[in-house]
Write a protein that binds this ligand. Structure first.
Ligand code: FES
Ligand code: MG
Length: 578
């Protein structure tokens, strides 16, 4: 191309589109002007993409169009040019087989939309569980200046004088309904009482966890995780993010300058203190993989180990996200654990974590506990290994029962999710409270997509007897709002021939959380014999995205990303540079 380039801000990528003379400048400017934009917007100012996961199929994110307007206001005030764009949205309660099957696809949507367009920096609008990691992963692969703005949690649920937590109380209600303790009419009324505003689940589920961990890593503004979705202060936070991103672009501060190894370590420690979701494990591993930050499953145990859970929120505790905001939110938590954090980690305010904590205060010691009075001594995630999980498995001690942490029991095996659903309430099921429930076929390849079925429902006949928890093991995930003594993410999974595939009903299984062991007590020669007899299930898909997914997905201990997406690549100035 021999045409003259913009001399205003030659360092900005968008100038390659909007700053050119001749037809290569005329075309992008002319078509953008069809939207009513004036010529002054093409003077070399930073172009800010606002990546929106709004969708009516995703009620948690339904207010993000409104929030985008506030981001735009901030961008304009700071002298940038905001342009909003949609990407695929993942609504947890709707999508089948599981939203996790589409996290990587959304990340590709984000990455390729940024690459193909004149975008200098991006504000990521996310909320419902997978939208947060998906957008961060996409932006990370482009290594572009980025800020995450979360949709925020919904208002606390309320039902007949009782507070209801998203997800967590569904599991309780379901048990009460299945055993006749709750009528059909009451069950229906509770539906409306639980979800009564825009926003994500207001328990410490995956959405809250990921919004808070993004805040902990400095890629979102302070209070990003806690401000309720419908609180006016979230709109102001969005406006602030709009201002900040313009400044990050001008300073050339890309996402990899913020999401560093210390930022990930901080996130793992914080995850322990907030009693965060087990899903954070796969999401942070995948995100680190995109950035080339070394992070392993072992880091979760090593860094989170000994971190008490301080935040008393369901499912591990009593309160909900509104209470958490009023108590001081994440800055108050981080101040309490400041000696365990890298305080010099950089944030999107272009300061350090230490700057954020100066004015942090806790206003309610019941919701955000003191170190000497934790919700549980052991927050965080425990990583188990053994002949049943050679590449690891995870368990969340704060959601588990103390009396089951060292347990030996007889396995009751369900070969598939369908098998589980068909038999779990069978009155003739040979099961008691010491039985270890084992589910196969719920891993990344198996279901596929690694659904949140790991907290297997307890058999109805045992619930009726008052049994509240049992050891459950699977290669699947668990909703961040769920609880129980549940061993998850067993790797390698059964569907690709991992040892989980060899377990049979009646085998003895040993769970030893203090010793970090998960063992199948069956002689090695017998396991060899079973391995030789094993037939793997047929792949679920013969074409399309599903086929690409099962061919390319990595196992849980690597974050369930596609093998070909690991790593980042330099954002070229324009497509013509390919
Ligand atoms: Fe969307 Fe829980 S269902 S955040
Ligand atoms: Mg969830």
């Amino acid at each position: 191309m021999s045409e003259k380039k913009s001399e205003g801000h030659p360092q900005l990528r968008s100038a390659e589109w909007f700053g050119r003379e001749g037809k290569y400048g005329f075309i992008p400017r002319s078509w953008m002007r069809s939207q009513g934009f004036g010529p002054e917007l093409f003077d070399g100012r930073p172009v800010i993409g606002i990546c929106n996961t709004w969708s009516e199929f995703n009620p948690c994110n339904r207010h993000l169009r409104d929030l985008a307007e506030h981001v735009k206001r901030g961008v304009l005030l700071a002298g940038g040019y905001p342009l909003e764009f949609p990407v695929m949205s993942l609504g947890e309660p709707m999508m089948r087989p599981t939203t996790m099957m589409f996290r990587n696809l959304v990340s590709m949507d984000v990455e390729e939309t940024i690459r193909a367009n004149p975008i200098d920096g991006v504000v990521l609008l996310a909320g419902c569980d997978k939208t947060t990691p998906a957008l961060l992963m996409g932006a990370a692969s482009c290594d572009i200046p980025s800020i995450l703005v979360s949709g925020g949690p919904m208002l606390n649920g309320r039902f007949r004088g009782r507070e209801l937590g998203s997800g967590t109380d569904v599991f309780r209600f379901d048990e009460e309904y299945r055993t006749g303790q709750l009528s059909k009419a009451d069950y229906a009324e509770a539906e409306a009482a639980m979800s009564r505003s825009a926003g994500s689940c207001m328990t410490m589920g995956t959405a809250s966890t990921m919004a808070l961990l993004a805040e902990a890593m400095g890629i979102a503004l302070p209070m990003n995780g806690a401000i309720p979705a419908v609180d006016s202060r979230r709109r102001h936070l969005a406006e602030d993010a709009g201002r900040r991103i313009v400044s990050l672009v001008r300073g050339g501060v890309s996402i990899s300058r913020i999401l560093t190894r210390p930022a990930f370590e901080n996130a793992i420690v914080v995850n322990g203190a907030i009693g965060g979701s087990t899903n954070a494990v796969v999401h942070l591993l995948a995100l680190a993989g995109r950035l080339g930050v070394p992070l392993s499953l072992e880091d979760w145990d090593r860094l989170g180990n000994g971190m008490p859970c301080l935040v008393d929120l369901k499912p591990s505790g009593r309160f909900l996200m509104e209470d958490f905001y009023y108590a001081g939110g994440l800055p108050a938590v981080m101040k309490r654990i400041a000696d365990r954090l890298y305080l010099d980690a950089r944030t999107v305010e272009d300061g350090t974590l230490a700057d954020r904590l100066v004015n942090a205060e806790c206003y309610n010691d019941d919701v955000i506990r003191r170190m000497e009075n934790p919700v549980s001594e052991q927050g965080g995630i425990v990583v188990l290994r053994g002949n049943l999980a050679p590449e690891g498995a995870v368990l969340k001690p704060s959601a588990a029962s103390r009396h089951l942490m060292a347990h030996r029991g007889r396995a009751l095996v369900f070969e598939t999710v369908e098998d589980l659903r068909a038999r779990i309430d069978d009155p003739d099921l040979d099961v008691d409270e010491n039985t270890v429930l084992v589910l196969k076929g719920a891993g990344p390849v198996g279901y596929p997509g690694m659904p949140e079925v790991g907290n297997l429902p307890l058999p109805a006949k045992l619930i009726a007897k008052g049994v509240a928890d049992m050891v459950r093991i699977s290669d699947g995930r668990m909703s961040g709002t769920a609880y129980g003594t549940v061993v998850l993410h067993v790797s390698p999974e059964a569907a690709i021939g991992g040892p989980l595939a060899l377990v049979r009903t009646g085998d003895e299984i040993v769970l030893d959380v203090p010793g970090r062991r998960l063992e199948l007590d069956v002689a090695e020669d017998e396991l060899e014999r079973r391995r030789a007899e094993l037939t793997l299930p047929e792949p679920h898909f013969e074409r399309g995205y599903g086929q690409m997914f099962v061919r390319s997905v990595q196992q849980a201990h690597l974050g369930v990303d596609f093998d070909f997406l690991v790593g980042k690549s330099i954002l070229k100035k324009s497509q013509e540079s390919f």
